[in-house]
Structures are given as C-alpha cells and as structure tokens.
Design a protein. Structure first.
Length: 380
C-alpha cells in the first residue's frame, strides 16, 4: 500500500512540475494505473467479512440545547417564594392571663351587694346576702413538634431551600396558636351555650347593618347574676376573611348601604374589625362575633405560664459529636454536625398555652358570656 501511495504522489509532483502539460500517451498511462489501483482496493474491501459501506453524514456541533436535562437541572434551578400565612388578631379581643405552673389555677368572680330595702321603725336593717362566688379554673399544657433530617440535606442544599427551616417551624406554631384560640369560642358547644342564654347573647342574622344594630343593642341589656344592668359595650367585630369587605362597608359608610332611603349610618366607626381565619362555616351561613374590651369583661381567656410567656421556643438536640484534635483536645460542638450515631439533626419547636377547663361541655373556652355575642349568619 505504501508503494501505491508513493506512486500516486509521484504522479501529482510530476504533474505540478509540468504545469499540467502532459502527452496524450502519458495521460492514458496514468488513467490505466489509477483504475487498476481502484479495482484492487475495491476487491480487498469486498472480501472482508460482513462488510457494509459506511453510512455517515456531517452533523451540526453539539450545544447546551442537546442536554436539556443535565444543564437545565444543574444550572437553571430556583425555589419559589413561600406562601404568606394569614394570621389571626385574637390578642386584641381576648384576655391574657398568667399562671405559675402546670397545676390547675382558679379565678374568682364575686356577686354584687343587694339593693337596700325600706327600714321599719325600731327594727334592724335587713341583712344582705353573703357574697356569692363564681369559680373558673385555668390550666396550661405544652404543645410541640419535632423535625429530624439528615445533615447531608444542609450540605447538599445549594439553593438554600432549608435555610428558613426554623422560620417555617415557628410559623407553624403561630398558625397553631391562631387555631387554638379560635376553637375556644368558635365551636358547636360554645355556640349552643350562647344560644341557650337567649337573644341577648346570640342571633341568626347575617352580617348586615340591621343585624349588627340588633347585636349592639343586645349588649345594652346585659345583667349580672343579681339582675343588675351592667356596662357591656361591644368594641370588636370578629369575622372570617370572607366578611371583611362587608364589615368595612357597614362600618365605614356614612349612609346605610342596604336602604334605598339612604338613612344615616349610626354604626359608622362603632367597632373595630378583627379577622379570625379559622372561623368555620358552610356558605351561605357565615357566622360572626362581637366582643367587648377584654380588660372590662374577659370574654375569652388565653393562658400563658410564667417563664414560658413567648409564643414559641425553638430547640436543637444537644450535639453529641465534638471535633477532636490530634493531641486529644476537644473542639466546640455544633448541632449542624448531626448525631454521632446517625448523622441526623433534630430540631423542635414548643409552645405553652392554656384555657378555661371547668366547663368543657358548655361554654368551653368562654370565660364570661357577657363578653361576647354570636350570630350564626343563617337568615337575612
């Protein structure tokens, strides 16, 4: 094969030296030689076993577009922002109380003195009744959630999806507190107890100007256990999110929107709107509540414990894996290093909260029924 290639090269050099001016006889000779060479290569190639002619074509150069899974997954990744949770506003309309420990605490409410009666000449005044006491019991408990995960998750988390893990645990506790407090009064037993107390404590009307006026007037007829009229002024209108716009329309309009006569709206600015996202309902019946100032009448009590006043506390399991030098000196342990045995990281969030516990089949978490009004929102 080397001699053949050398001969072809000689032909090319001779052709170049003569500037392509060849004799007819020499040109025919070269044609015969090259034809013989081609026939030789053709015979050799076809004698090979399973020979097939090459089927190839020129293709474009490879680009990033040829690897959408690899490059798209590695280079173009992102984490969407978290949803923002709707938070309750119960701290404004509930009464905050504090206990010393986990045992049952008691709160007392005493009755008023009787009215004087006409004194008969030369007789002693009638004796008044001895104070009557009403006892309400309070107690707190712990609520916690633990989250375990491998330390490799933090190491491999190049997008920072787990950077806000503690914040998520804290937000979960805040949502739990909103749910817990809402359930103290927005439950079937409490609602039934208020209904049983009569029209001054409950109604069925949907949230309208007229029904809100009925609820307002109900507070003006409240009495204590001795039948004495008391001051119970509604301050907060507590509604689920779906009634926010309705409540604002009622309380911000100069005229009554539901009346064609455009009468003056005397309820404008009368109460403040507070949202409870955990009020349960089945449309079209949407309940709503009125609360007094909790400092005047503790309608619903939310109990905390001394030393655990915060809404939440976050903990990491004490690290049991400490670095050690070649000389045997121990370094500073870090919870991010994970467990010595498993390599797992353990985090926990905890809260301590409580409520009234002596009437769990009646008013449940309602401390004093004079502090609120309930409407089921079932009738116009």
């Amino acid at each position: 094969m080397g001699r053949i290639m050398s001969m072809v090269l000689d032909f090319a050099q001779a052709d170049t030296a003569r500037n392509g001016q060849l004799e007819e006889s020499e040109r025919n000779y070269r044609h015969d030689v090259l034809e013989e060479v081609y026939q030789y290569y053709n015979d050799v190639a076809r004698s090979a076993e399973d020979w097939e002619p090459a089927d190839s074509k020129l293709q474009e150069a490879l680009t990033v577009g040829h690897f959408p899974n690899y490059f798209g997954r590695v280079i173009d990744r992102a984490v969407y922002n978290r949803y923002q949770s709707m938070m309750g506003q119960w701290r404004d309309y509930t009464y905050p109380d504090m206990v010393q420990d986990y045992t049952v605490a008691e709160r007392y409410q005493f009755s008023e003195f009787d009215r004087p009666v006409r004194r008969v000449a030369k007789e002693e005044a009638y004796a008044g009744y001895v104070y009557e006491q009403t006892v309400r019991q309070l107690q707190v408990d712990d609520y916690a959630k633990q989250f375990d995960f491998s330390r490799r998750i933090l190491k491999n988390d190049d997008l920072g999806a787990f950077d806000n893990l503690v914040n998520k645990m804290v937000d979960s506790t805040r949502r739990f507190l909103d749910f817990f407090v809402s359930a103290l009064y927005d439950n079937a037993l409490s609602q039934a107890a208020l209904v049983a107390l009569g029209a001054n404590y409950s109604g069925t009307g949907r949230l309208t100007t007229a029904n809100l006026a009925i609820a307002w007037n109900a507070f003006t007829q409240r009495q204590d256990a001795r039948g004495n009229p008391i001051i119970a002024m509604p301050v907060y209108l507590v509604v689920p999110p779906i009634l926010q716009l309705t409540a604002r329309q009622i309380l911000e309009s100069e005229l009554i929107a539901e009346l064609a006569t455009n009468a003056r709206n005397v309820l404008r600015g009368a109460v403040q709107v507070k949202v409870d996202p955990y009020i349960t309902f089945t449309a079209p019946s949407v309940p709503w509540y009125l609360f007094t100032d909790p400092r005047a009448i503790p309608g619903v009590t939310v109990v905390k414990m001394q030393g655990q006043e915060q809404d939440f506390y976050t903990y990491a399991k004490a690290p049991d894996k400490s670095p050690i030098s070649l000389t045997g000196a121990l370094g500073t342990a870090d919870w991010r290093a994970g467990s010595f045995l498993t390599g797992d990281i353990e985090l926990m969030v905890e809260t301590t909260i409580g409520q009234r516990i002596d009437d769990l089949t009646g008013l449940v978490g309602i401390t004093d029924a004079n502090g609120l009004y309930y409407s089921s929102g079932t009738t116009p």
